[in-house]
Design a protein around this ligand. Structure first.
Ligand code: SF4
Length: 218
């Protein structure tokens, strides 16, 4: 399968490893593994749960109804799909779209970690509880959705999965509200990063004081 965006060797190798991975049982039932897509210099990364029927067929993340809704949400947040990176915690479809098993998430975990490392995004939006648990293992999505936290120097924003809003109509307003806050979060992180750059460039100028870098911490 051809990747639409030109990739560095690191990414080509990573995608190749994912597509030939047999580390868990899901390799037996997949049509296509779904590594992820988007530019390698994306500032914002979305991590969902697992490929569904359409994604498995096409080898691309978020191409079904949930994908269309995610795209709407991305646009409403002032972004374009083509400028963000999108992937899932699992790269292969669980049969009948069942929930990912812990053993599968563990087997696939290194791939997501490498994607985060290579892209180095400012902001990661987790979509759904399985993705959220990578960063907040003891949290529940109903309590922390839409509330960002800084984890290892990155802003992590837990959100409901777009498919949840399609299945449970009462969640649609909640997910729309959460996404409406995203541009503000991104702007704050961008200005903090710019502050860090100014600080880095001004190390020879002691007049400039360090910026407050933990505005998202409680
Ligand atoms: S889900 Fe992940 S660990 Fe399992 S076979 Fe696919 S790529 Fe490998």
């Amino acid at each position: 399968m051809k990747d639409p965006i030109s990739l560095t060797t690191d990414f080509v190798e990573l995608y190749q490893e994912i597509r030939t991975c047999e580390a868990c049982f899901l390799h037996k039932t997949r049509k296509n593994a779904v590594p992820g897509e988007g530019p390698q210099d994306a500032q914002v990364m979305f991590i969902g749960e697992a490929p569904g029927l359409n994604e498995d067929r096409e080898g691309r993340p978020f191409v079904g109804r949930a994908g269309s809704f995610l795209e709407e949400l991305i646009v409403a947040a002032g972004l374009k799909r083509s400028e963000v990176y999108i992937c899932n915690v699992l790269k292969c479809r669980p049969p009948d779209n069942r929930d990912p098993l812990p053993v599968e998430i563990n087997s696939c975990s290194d791939f997501v970690g490498r994607q985060i490392q290579l892209i180095d995004p400012f902001v990661i939006v987790t979509l759904g509880r399985h993705s959220m648990r990578r960063f907040f293992p003891d949290a529940t999505i109903s309590r922390i959705h839409g509330q960002p936290k800084t984890v290892e120097g990155r802003l992590i924003v837990p959100m409901y999965h777009p498919a949840a809003a399609l299945h449970r109509g009462n969640l649609k307003a909640t997910i729309l509200d959460d996404f409406a806050k995203l541009p503000g979060f991104i702007d704050r992180v961008r200005s903090l990063r710019q502050g860090e750059e100014v600080l880095e460039n001004s190390k020879t100028n002691p007049v400039l004081k360090p910026r407050q870098l933990d505005l998202f911490e409680e």
